[in-house]
Design a protein around this ligand. Sequence first.
Ligand code: F6R
Length: 607
Amino acid sequence: MCGIVAAAAGSNIVPVLVEGLKKLEYRGYDSAGLAVVGATGIERVRSVGRVAELEAAAAGTSAPTGIAHTRWATHGVPCERNAHPHVSGGIAVVHNGIIENYESLRRELTDLGYEFTSDTDTETIAHLVEHLLRAEPDLFRAVQLACRRLVGAYAIAVIDQRQPGKVVVSREGSPLLLGLGDTGSYAASDASALLQVTRNMVYLENGDIAELTAAGVRIERRDGKPVERPVHVSELSAAAVELGQYRHYMQKEIFEQPEALANTLEIVGGAKSIQPGIFGAEAANLLHDVDQVLILACGTSAHSGMTARYWLEAIAGVSCTVEIASEYRYRTSVPDPRQLVVAISQSGETADTLAALRHAKSLGQHKTLAICNVPESAIVRESALRFITRAGPEIGVASTKAFTTQLAALFLLTLVMAKVRDRLSEAEEAAYIDQLRHLPVAVNKVLTLESEIEAWARRFADKHHALFLGRGRHYPIALEGALKLKEISYIHAEAYPAGELKHGPLALVDAQMPVISVAPNDELLEKLKSNLQEVRARGGELYVFADADAEIPSTEGVHMLRLPEHYGQLSPILHVIPLQLLSYHAALVKGTDVDKPRNLAKSVTVE
Ligand code: F6R
């Protein structure tokens, strides 16, 4: 998703802007640009493609004040004309988000004589500020007035050639934070962009407008009231985002899973029992009368929720619904104040998940829990309870370690809910905790299968379609495997609960169709084996991920890999790993851009 970096300092800030944009590349983008207040006015450089190209194009540019942007197209195709910053007269603007009333503003500004040179909604902001500056020469006030006219979600940064040394920023719905350096003030959509200059961050609230100068920052509300925001010292590790020995971030993140899980589960320590307090001081109070769980999430995070549903109902005996956030937020639902609303998100900024959480709260559902990888994110800040997965920064667009750490967190939630509801004996709890503790080691063993999976992936070079099958708690794992394969290798993949095969998808099966099956030795294995026979009988080529105990013979047309350990209820956490590796290696074979698949963004902060 789009990224913003802005700086006002005592010396040339172009290297800071470019370095900041590089750190935001992981969010996904198709073009980039920057503008500075130079000796002759606004100097703007834009390019389609990578930040490295922008860096080369901006080699001769130098100034102490500037704004920069990576764009992920929403209004208008990716091209230089649509890339930010957009200028009007002496001002330049970068913008994340969507201005919903841009068409009426565009008509109004066109009637006033402004000429539009792009297809973007952002350009309306540039012209609007320019227009307002004619009556109100102070940039800060003009931006404040402009923001009162904007409808939608946005984060913006604005410079004016008549007011060098100053950047004005504002946010409503899209993330934006300030960085307070020794010799300058900065803003960015994500803390990682500013670690190069400071760890002192100020998180802006919706409706805040801030002025940045080399001397410091001041913040007001949109209605003109001055406001103070606390300074947080970021604990993000700059090293955590380096690629190191790996070819891609996705590969690095797949292999980081043992550590990510160990870090996430550290909270359990050496205990034999888990306390509700791991979800926040208020948890015991808030969870004691919960009668249902509603999980809200998107994409991979929704798949972790779907897996947890099997756990919550089977182990904790609490009924659970999982809803795609973008559906729930617009649906008329029946609120239940005793329902626990769980928002799951890696980034904590996903627009639909955040809006769904707010919608639930607006219906009077105040028992809210965020399961999230970014402690300072909006979803965490707006939830009553929280569990921070400690996966570390996830850079690859395809989510991997965030997913398995979410599963670990959701399993902890299951145990806590089971205890609160008197459904778990001490011995059972201790046994589950032992299994959790062993998880990083078990994941490490699964990772040793990489070379065999790589060999399988070569057989996908000429494939255009694939089918994933699973049953029970492994059906969401099949869904996740299909999502991974389609998003990074562009092979069309679908997942079905294996029992559904003969109700439709079996018609697709022929010798060209690889069928990938998640087949641990659980209570549904015998049923699954019959489904696999149905595939073989139609000539389909089977790729089966079984486990040590699963009795499935490897015959012609049936490729079999056995995960080293059978892992009972927690087996989904192990079984997703070979599917991640399969899609990673299939993408390598296909030659796609693994970490930045086409059309996708890491953090989806617009609807
Ligand atoms: C797929 C993927 C996406 C995200 C989804 C939600 O690999 O990464 O489907 O899971 O966009 O993002 P978060 O978890 O940040 O809310």
